[in-house]
Design a protein around this ligand. Structure first.
Ligand SMILES: CC(C)(COP(=O)(O)OP(=O)(O)OC[C@H]1O[C@@H](n2cnc3c(N)ncnc32)[C@H](O)[C@@H]1OP(=O)(O)O)[C@@H](O)C(=O)NCCC(=O)NCCS
Length: 326
C-alpha cells in the first residue's frame, strides 16, 4: 500500500527574540500574566526585510537536506499561511523560486492555525492517488505583521517562523495513517483580521479607522479550542483504529500551554507525551506544528515506528488532525 511518509523535517526562526520582559516595556502587561495564562516566555520576530517566503524557503531547504532530496525532485509545494508575502503571487511560488524547485507546482492554503494539517491532508491524498511522488508541506507565518502592538490581549500571544516536511510516496506501514479536517464558519468573527481584504478595503480616507490587526474573543476561543482539539484527536484515532494509549508523541498546535494541558487531561494522555515549545516560540499559527516536529526530531523524540499525533485549531473556525507512523 502506498503511503506518504515524512522523510525530512526543517524549520527556521527569525534571529530576533522578544521576551515577555521586553514586552513589559512596550505595553501594559507583565511576564507573570503571560507566563501563567499561556506558558509563553518569548517569541521570535521577523526583521523588516523578512517575509513569509524567506522563512519558508529556509525551512524547506533544511527539510530537503535532512531528507537528502534534491529540490528538482519536488513535484508540489503546499504552503500553509495566513500571512503570505503578497495577496498574489502565492508565498509557495516565491518559495519555489528561492529553493530552486523548478519542476514543482506551488500554491498557498489558508486555514489559519490549522493550515499545516489541512495542507498535509491534501498532500497525502495527492500522493496516495499517484499524482505526486515527492512533495513539500510548509507552514510559514509573519504573525507580527498582523499584530496591533497597542492590543495586549493578542500582541503577547504570537510569533514568527516556518517549518517544513518532505513527503515521499513509499510502500509499507510508515507515513500518514489518517487525516481529519473540520470547520465552523458560523464563528468566523471570534478570531479575525477585519480590514485589508475585499470586505473592508483600505483606502487613504479610512486607514486610521479600520482594524487591520488581529481581533480575538479569547475566552470563547479557549472553550471552543478545548472541544475542537478533543474532536480532532478522537477522529484521528478512530480513523486509524488506534487507542490513545498507542500514541508515542502528541505534537499539537502550540497556542497555549495551559490549554494543551487541559486537552491532554480530557483525552487521557500523559503530559510527558506532549511535545511543547510554546514557551520558546509562542503561537506561530500554521508554522507551529512543523517547527515543533523538526525540534522533536532533532531532539531524538521521534523514533522509527512511533505513532505521532498532530492536531490543530484556529481561525475560521478550523480544526483538524493527522496520525503519522514515523
Ligand atoms: C487570551 C487568554 C490567555 C486570556 O486568558 P483569560 O484567562 O481568558 O484571561 P483573564 O480572564 O484571566 O484576564 C482577562 C483580563 O486580563 C487583561 N489582559 C488581557 N491581556 C493582558 C495582558 N497581555 N497582560 C495583562 N493583562 C491582560 C484583560 O484586559 C482582562 O482584564 P479585565 O478583567 O480587567 O477586563 C485566553 O483566553 C486564551 O488563551 N484564549 C485562547 C487564545 C488563543 O489560543 N488564540 C489563538 C487560537 S489559534
Amino acid at each position: 500500500m502506498v503511503r506518504a511518509r515524512i522523510v525530512g523535517t526543517g524549520h527556521c526562526l527569525p534571529e530576533k527574540v522578544l521576551t515577555n520582559v521586553d514586552l513589559e516595556g512596550l505595553m501594559d502587561t507583565t511576564d507573570e500574566w503571560i507566563r501563567q495564562r499561556t506558558g509563553i516566555l518569548q517569541r521570535h520576530i521577523a526583521a523588516p526585510n523578512e517575509a513569509a517566503s524567506d522563512l519558508a524557503a529556509k525551512a524547506c531547504a533544511r527539510a530537503l537536506e535532512n531528507a537528502r532530496v534534491a529540490p528538482e525532485e519536488v513535484e508540489f509545494i503546499h504552503c500553509a499561511t495566513a500571512t503570505p508575502d503578497y495577496f498574489m503571487p502565492s508565498a509557495a511560488c516565491l518559495t519555489q523560486k528561492k529553493i530552486g524547485a523548478r519542476r514543482a507546482g506551488a500554491c498557498d492554503l489558508n486555514a489559519a492555525c490549522s493550515g499545516f494539517v489541512y495542507a498535509l491532508q491534501a498532500a497525502d491524498a495527492l500522493i496516495r492517488a499517484g499524482v505526486h511522488k515527492t512533495a513539500l508541506v510548509v507552514g510559514a507565518e509573519i504573525m507580527t505583521a498582523r499584530l496591533d502592538w497597542t492590543k495586549r490581549d493578542t500582541a503577547v500571544l504570537f510569533g514568527d517562523g516556518a517549518g517544513a516536511v518532505v513527503l515521499k510516496a513509499e510502500d509499507g506501514d510508515r507515513g500518514v495513517l489518517s487525516t481529519y479536517t473540520a470547520a465552523d464558519g458560523g464563528a468566523y468573527d471570534i478570531l479575525m483580521v477585519p480590514a485589508g481584504g475585499s470586505a473592508q478595503v483600505i483606502t487613504p480616507e479610512n486607514i486610521n479607522e479600520l482594524n487591520r490587526g488581529i481581533l480575538m474573543n479569547g475566552r470563547e476561543l479557549y472553550k471552543r479550542a478545548v472541544y475542537a482539539f478533543g474532536d480532532a484527536v478522537e477522529q484521528a484515532l478512530t480513523r486509524a483504529s488506534v487507542g490513545v494509549e498507542d500514541i508515542n508523541l502528541f505534537v499539537p498546535h502550540q497556542a497555549n500551554g495551559r490549554m494543551l494541558e487541559t486537552v491532554a487531561n480530557h483525552i487521557g494522555l500523559s503530559p510527558d507525551k506532549i511535545y511543547l515549545n510554546v514557551d520558546r516560540v509562542a503561537n506561530t499559527s500554521a508554522a507551529s506544528i512543523p517547527i515543533a516536529l523538526d525540534q522533536a526530531n532533532a531532539e531524538g523524540r521521534l523514533k522509527q515506528g512511533d505513532l505521532v499525533l498532530l492536531a490543530a485549531f484556529g481561525a475560521g473556525l478550523t480544526w483538524g488532525s493527522a496520525l503519522v507512523r514515523w
